[in-house]
Design a protein around this ligand. Sequence first.
Ligand code: PLP
Length: 353
Amino acid sequence: YQTSTYTQEGVGQHKGYEYARGANPTRAALETCLAALENARFGLAFGSGMAAEAAVLNLLSSGDHVVSMEDLYGGTYRLFEKVLRRYGIEFTYVDAREPANVEAALQPNTRMVWVETPANPLLQLVDIAAVAGITKSRGIPLVVDSTFCSPYLQNPLDLGADIVVHSTTKYLGGHSDLIGGAAAMNDEVIYRTVKFHQNSVGGVPGPFDCWLVQRGIKTLALRMEAHCKNGMEVAGFLSGHPRVMAVYYPGLESHPQFELAKRQMRGFGGMLAFEMEGGLEAAKEVLSRTRILALAESLGGVESLIGHPATMSHVAMPPEERLSRGITDGLIRLSVGIEDVEDLIEDLGQAIG
Ligand code: PLP
């Protein structure tokens, strides 16, 4: 329904659709689908992942405190630090791989715990059930950004989270041809409050983009299987390469949270990061030499992308903050696509040298 408004049958008489910022049937279809994929009672679609995050964060008020984690998408960090801090909301970042660190950071005014798992860019995992065990008893909503998994690989609400958010730009859309976001939840009060803010602030997606996300979702299962298979093979190749100092991929037995990954995720996904020997210069060389892996922002599309967190996805983070979190200048992030994996490995091999 490519429309901004709907003719009404009479004054005060309509079919539930008045104006398309509030609701649109194409968006409603996507929201029903997103809720179903996350085993949620309610789903909401947004104009971007950041719009979804902002609407969820509108649950907070001045004076509230949020516990979040060190390994975090740079744009989320920017929203916390550069936007919401000005409104009097405080953030504490912990190493959330250890749930006790989340508990230790809680304050009397903590009104939200916000984690990403797997996190961007170092693929750290958070034990959702363990953290939910801490937040539930205190009535603090737990938000999980599950973008790296998509609902095909992980369902945070089933593990006890209160809200799951996604950038649908990524795996849900799947073809790098739209910007969108989503949130899903079971609690009706949370749903109504976030929906109220969605309409009040206005970060809604257009109907055509909603249709594109739905078309992408039709092949989500097939694509995710291919991402997981290719991700594993590329991670294996990089692990054995003498110029690669570390590989971060939850599917590798060497990943410190491999056991949690097996328990919490149905597959390990297509996102990985690796550390080049030789720092920035070596990383730059690799980034300039790949021919199939495209140097670009974003992730989760069918085509493989290569990126440099320090200067791209995490440029919003001050350098000292970045380094203290382990995002070095030699770190390279891959979004492994669904191409023939032999071609990807050959391309990486010639680029790394
Ligand atoms: N969350 C994660 C984990 C992301 O990687 C991104 C974007 O890269 C976002 C949220 C923001 O989504 P969008 O770019 O659709 O606003």
